[in-house]
Design a protein. Structure first.
Length: 161
């Protein structure tokens, strides 16, 4: 009987350790692609395309001092957006980055750094969100962020019907 208990205990412990090691390659927490950011030359035309032709709703728009829209989030589904950005001298038209929502940004940043990924320092933004960036081998920026309920993204997700 004792041998059986030791065997079963060893089997369960081994299984738990193997599962833990197998899952350690994944980033901690619930993570998902939240948005794709596209820099556009004709902001108004592109915004109209996504809202009027594609039928996606405007989640929020960021305007400059003169009232000109420079950034807009268009909501595709409850937690998926297309981020439209106006082009400028530092931002060419096309794919700018994709946004990865992470459950625990500090833990993800530490994990990625431990794996040798170059990650910017975590920044806390005034809009109830924290963000850090990495770049893949092809030069595509990955914006990792954790947002709170007071952030524009959090409010848009909460209001989705």
């Amino acid at each position: 009987m004792r041998t059986s208990v030791v065997f079963v205990t060893g089997l369960l412990l081994g299984s738990a350790l193997a599962t833990g090691f197998a899952q350690s390659d994944r980033l901690a927490g619930e993570n998902y692609v939240n948005h794709v950011a596209i820099a556009v030359d004709n902001f108004d035309e592109t915004f109209a395309f996504y809202t009027q032709k594609m039928g996606f709703r405007e989640a929020f728009t960021v305007r400059d001092d003169k009232g000109q829209a420079n950034l807009a989030y268009v909501q595709v589904s409850r937690n998926t957006f297309v981020e439209l950005q106006r082009t400028n001298a530092n931002r060419r038209a096309g794919l700018n980055h994709f946004g990865l929502h992470v459950e625990n940004l500090a833990l993800v940043v530490a994990s990625l750094k431990q794996r040798g990924v170059m990650v910017d320092e975590l920044r806390i933004r005034p809009d109830d969100a924290s963000v850090a960036n990495a770049t893949d081998p092809n030069g595509i920026r990955i914006e990792m962020f954790q947002f709170g309920p007071g952030s524009p993204q959090g409010k848009a997700i909460a209001s989705w019907k």
